[in-house]
Design a binder for this molecule. Structure first.
Ligand SMILES: Nc1ncnc2c1ncn2[C@@H]1O[C@H](COP(=O)(O)OP(=O)(O)OP(=O)(O)O)[C@@H](O)[C@H]1O
Ligand SMILES: [Mg+2]
Length: 256
């Protein structure tokens, strides 16, 4: 059974997609079967994996009762397998409003590939709309990247409230895996202070593996690689490898 992890924060540009790619690559490096699902109409994850101009996407799977997610999966040579997205997915937020059981659609679609993968990572959009709710309903865990900047706390309470409502109403087994500090600059007191404050507020939920701020992440996208191959021995690659081990050590009972 796959462990399904939603990577979410309604704040934009905090490193959700980068974490999906890098953690996915690190889990793959350890020999696990990994699927990345692009739940964002920006399609950043798909583009970063070199997937352009695709006709059928996760949008079609969510809209068409008959269509299985297998029909859209793309195997990439260098990176993880992908369920792609593009701008069409933007329509889904509105179009699904009147769908019965709209929060459960993704969960239903993932059921058929549950045994094909060890890990399914859901890259959420920067909003708490119906697509993110679908991810929270399908997942066992939520990983929350936050920038180690002074605005890190903005929206965090709203996000945690949404997760707890989903747990109460839609998905009792949902847990917060952890809060992952990103864009961490260990040379600045500011970065360190933000992580300390996060710990004061959220205790052990804060993962003790801050992801360093580095321009290399921007370069990986143009190179069409993950940080693990692009800069294999960099501190950033090392951090994501550590995160993968932490995820592995995280409870076996998180498997669905
Ligand atoms: N640790 C980091 N250090 C420096 N740059 C980073 C880091 N993580 C991500 N980036 C860069 O910051 C930008 C935003 O990252 P990313 O797309 O992963 O964020 P996101 O949360 O998925 O954004 P969105 O909310 O738009 O989906 C990208 O250009 C990425 O390369
Ligand atoms: Mg993103």
């Amino acid at each position: 059974m796959a462990r399904v992890i939603a990577i979410a924060n309604q704040k934009g540009g905090v490193g959700k997609t980068t974490t999906a790619i890098s953690l996915g690559a690190a889990l793959r490096e350890l020999g696990h079967r990994v699927l990345l699902v692009d739940m964002d109409s920006q399609g950043t994850l798909s583009i970063a994996l070199g997937v352009h101009g695709i006709k059928r996407t996760i949008y079609d799977v969510l809209r068409d009762v008959e269509m299985g997610i297998e029909e859209i999966l793309i195997t990439t040579d260098t990176m993880c397998e992908l369920a792609p997205s593009n701008i069409h997915l933007a329509g889904a937020e509105v179009e699904l409003i009147n769908e019965p059981g709209r929060e459960f659609i993704l969960k239903g679609k993932l059921a058929s590939i549950d045994k094909t993968y060890d890990y399914i990572l859901l890259d959420c959009p920067p909003s708490l709309g119906v697509l993110t709710l679908n991810a929270f309903t399908a997942a066992g865990e939520v990983l929350i990247p936050v920038q180690a900047h002074y605005l890190a706390f903005r929206g965090m309470q709203q996000l945690l409230n949404t997760i707890s409502k989903v747990k109460g109403r839609l998905n009792p087994s949902l847990e917060v895996m952890g809060i992952l500090p990103t864009f961490y600059d260990r040379r600045t007191r500011h970065s360190r202070e933000v992580v300390e404050q996060l710990r004061e507020h959220y205790g052990e939920k804060v993962i003790n593996i801050p992801i360093p701020a580095t321009i290399k992440f921007a370069d990986t996208t143009t190179a069409g690689e993950s940080i693990l191959t692009y800069a294999s021995s960099s501190p950033a690659a090392t951090a994501y490898r550590k995160l993968a081990k932490e995820v592995l050590n995280g409870k076996e009972n998180k498997r669905r």
